[in-house]
Ligand binder design. Structure first.
Ligand SMILES: [Zn+2]
Ligand SMILES: [Zn+2]
Length: 141
């Protein structure tokens, strides 16, 4: 068995697994196993709207996020109503976009976030990655 060097950027998801209602697991081609809380992914949504939202609303408001459009029409065909009650942080679907990213559609109808593989690796919450970064300060409240 030869252990070649890990080539930066040469990874892609080989399996996605939904764990309970709160978590997503991604198995990567390089052997890494990432875990994410859906909420964490949503809070780090890379779309322009969410980025602006995060800039204009400071952390003071983070637990009571309400969006102006939340009363609008949404499509929840794939998810049972009970599954998403009280949580906009549930994903309805995760779909590959090209060969480099996933699009996540959320229970509140938000679907403009494209999560590149690179971003997903940066957001990884597994214990290895958390010990390497400052993420551990977040999300344990
Ligand atoms: Zn977004
Ligand atoms: Zn990790």
């Amino acid at each position: 068995m030869s252990k070649g060097p890990v080539i930066q950027g040469d990874y892609r998801p080989v399996a996605l697994q939904r764990v309970g209602e709160a978590k997503l697991l991604i198995q990567w081609s390089d052997g890494h196993r990432s875990e994410y809380a859906w909420r964490w992914l949503r809070e780090n949504c890379p779309c322009a709207t969410c980025r602006e939202h995060r800039v204009t609303t400071t952390s003071a408001q983070q637990s009571g996020i309400t969006t102006a459009g939340s009363g609008g029409k949404i499509s929840l065909a794939v998810v049972h109503a009970g599954e998403v009650a009280g949580s906009p942080y549930q994903a309805v679907s995760v779909t590959p976009v090209g060969r480099y990213a996933y699009k996540i559609v959320w229970a509140d109808g938000h679907d403009t976030g494209i999560y590149s593989f690179e971003l997903l690796r940066q957001l990884c919450q597994c214990s290895d990655c958390r010990s390497l970064s400052a993420w551990a300060n977040q999300g344990d409240a």
